[in-house]
Every structure is written in C-alpha cells, then in structure tokens.
Design a protein around this ligand. Structure first.
Ligand code: C5P
Length: 226
C-alpha cells in the first residue's frame, strides 16, 4: 500500500507495438487532427507521469523513427522495442521503468482519447491501496454465447486503459511471463486486489478504420486542437 507520505513516482508504459492486423496497418501512426494517435496517447500520459516508456515494434521504429513525443514536456520519455504479444510488450516496457517507480500505469497506445479524469480516478484508487485499478464502462450490447444462451449484462463491464498498479504488484504479476489481454488479470491471478473505477465511453480503442473517423469527430466536438 502507498502511504500518504511516500513520494509517489509514477511511470506509464504506453504499448504501441501491435501490428494493427485488424486495422490493415499500424493504426497508432495515423493522423488524428494533426497529431499521430500514439503521440496523443503519450502526451496525455506524460501529463500524469514522471516518465513514459513507449513500446514500439522494431519495424515501425526502423520505418518512422522514434515518435515525435511530448514536445515541450519535462517528462522523461524512453522508447523500447516490443514483443509478439501485448503482455510481452508490457514486459519489455517494464524492464525500462526505473526501480524507484512506486506506481506504474499501463496504457494502450491505440486509446488516444483517454481523459485526464480517467487518469486521476485510476491514480487515486492506487493511492487508496489497490494493487490494480481498471477503468470500466457498462456493456450496452446484449451478449450471447456461441454455444447458446444470453449472458446477464448487468454483471458485465468492458475494460479500458490506463490501468494502474502498485509497481511491485505489476512486476510480480509479470515475473511469471504469462499472457493475458490486460495486466490486471495477471495481478488478480496472483491474488492481488483489483479495484474498478469509471472509465469513459469516448476512451475507445482504435481497432477499425471507422474508429479513427469516430475519434476525429469526438475531438472536433470537444473543439480540441493538438
Ligand atoms: O491487440 P490489442 O488491440 O489488444 O492491442 C492493444 C494495445 O497493445 C495496442 O496499443 C497495441 O499496439 C499494443 N500491442 C503491443 N504489442 C503487441 C500487441 C499489441 O504493444 N504484440
């Protein structure tokens, strides 16, 4: 647990080493109102962190060079090469987080619309003693099993990032080198306490080209320029 008088050193790992196979290309480098998707994700993470580790694929790093990250920010930014799986990419990022970090956030580079409010809710819950914090939104679709039968959606939530962790809990969870589609699942499997906080319906993961169009519209509605 993080005591109030501890100096909290927050680092964020932004994983952006996916191939974008469903998108048909590296979606994290497409333009979002004058800023690349990953650059926006990193810029917002940097506003809440002492340092950010950006995880990119070797191919992307070779083709595009390091991201034009956080101009004007005093936050440290480190770029590392990722791995074949999301969990593997998180582990590569984790290896670059300094030992003094007490809180580590993990964020999908493909979620450029994460808000400051979501970051704040996640960080507050970690400070209050959670091992892992997951922002969630209600499931609005009716969910049916392929094998038959509808699942009661009242008990279901869709998970988002940034997820927040007591640094030791995240390091311990990844020590076993297992794979999961998110990190809180690994912490929970090791007996850690997972707390849910409200996410944001705009905090979508850019998966299909139409998601990028929706993200552009949402930013235009907010009247945001980079
Ligand atoms: O594949 P998925 O949509 O779950 O990816 C979520 C995030 O994890 C994306 O930002 C993606 O770039 C990243 N990722 C990664 N390394 C992988 C696979 C996914 O960094 N091998």
């Amino acid at each position: 647990m993080i005591a109030n008088d501890d100096v909290v050193d927050i680092w964020t790992i932004v994983v952006a080493a996916g191939s974008g196979s469903r998108f048909g290309g590296p979606k994290q480098f497409f333009d979002l109102r004058g800023e690349r998707v990953v650059d926006r994700s990193v810029r917002i993470a940097a506003a809440h962190s002492a340092g950010v580790v950006v995880v990119l694929s070797a191919e992307v790093l070779e083709e595009t060079g390091p991201s034009r990250l956080t101009p004007g920010s005093s936050t440290r930014v480190v770029v590392v090469v990722g791995s074949d799986t999301r969990s593997g990419s998180v582990r590569e990022g984790l290896a670059a987080v300094p030992a003094e970090a007490t809180v580590i956030l993990v964020h999908d580079g493909a979620r450029p619309l994460a808000t400051d409010e979501v970051y704040e809710r996640v960080l507050l819950a970690v400070a209050a003693g959670a091992d892992a914090v997951v922002p969630v939104v209600p499931v609005t679709d009716t969910i049916r099993r392929r094998s038959g039968g509808v699942v009661d959606r009242a008990d279901l939530v869709a998970i988002q990032t940034p997820q927040g962790f007591r640094a030791e809990a995240l390091r311990a969870a990844h020590a076993a080198a297992d794979d999961a589609t998110d990190d809180a699942t690994l912490v929970e499997a090791g007996g850690g306490r997972v707390v849910l906080v409200d996410g944001d319906s705009d905090n979508m993961k850019i998966t299909d080209p139409s998601d990028l169009e929706i993200a552009r519209l949402l930013l235009a509605r907010r009247g945001e320029t980079p």
